[in-house]
Design a protein around this ligand. Structure first.
Ligand code: HEM
Length: 151
């Protein structure tokens, strides 16, 4: 994998910004399914339903989408920094797989946001309660992989 020498001096800053973006992304990924739990409980076209639509849309456009892009761009900058990634390490491949799954969860949430906006009730309240735990589990695995590097 080719690397970019100019990124070496920026490494601590790239990593700090990567983690700031991760925190913002996670906050949105944890909050949006919680809003969907509430949204499933309120009648279609009620005032509360309209308010939840605004909250969901703003959360996605102001935080969730920009944060995901920032995490990916800064993560790729870290990958391109000389000496950062050992391509034979198991922890790295596990992290990458979990990050792809997290991005998949992001897209499932975005697709359902559009369905809620059309006054559909795509899934049950219970589904969103379970979906609420998915980013948590993936985040725990990712943090254990990058910090403890068990394999
Ligand atoms: C989206 C794609 C992502 C890529 C390409 C990526 C890539 C990287 C790279 C290359 C590093 C530097 C590792 C080192 O300094 O040895 C790093 C650090 C880190 N990443 Fe990511 N990352 C991504 C997403 C995430 C996500 C979603 C999380 C958490 C939920 C996360 C958590 C961390 C943490 C905690 C560190 C610091 C580890 C340390 O101190 O060495 N990353 N990331």
């Amino acid at each position: 994998m080719p690397t970019i020498d100019a990124l070496s001096g920026l490494y601590p800053w790239t990593k700090a910004l990567h983690l700031i973006a991760v925190i913002a992304w996670m906050a949105a990924l944890l909050y949006l399914p919680r809003l969907f739990v509430y949204h499933s409980q309120v009648p279609v076209q009620s005032q509360r339903s309209e308010m939840l639509k605004v909250m969901e849309r703003r959360l996605a456009s102001a935080i969730m989408n920009p944060a995901m892009i920032a995490v990916w761009v800064l993560g790729i900058c870290l990958v391109l920094t000389p000496g950062v990634i050992d391509w034979h390490a198991g922890w790295w491949h596990t992290k990458l797989l979990m990050v792809v799954l997290l991005t998949g969860a992001h897209h499932v949430l975005t697709a359902n946001l559009k369905r809620f906006a059309r006054d559909e009730r795509p899934k049950s309240e219970r589904y969103w309660r379970v979906m609420n735990e998915v980013p948590t589990v993936l985040m725990i695995i990712i943090v254990v992989m990058v910090i403890a590097r068990p394999f």
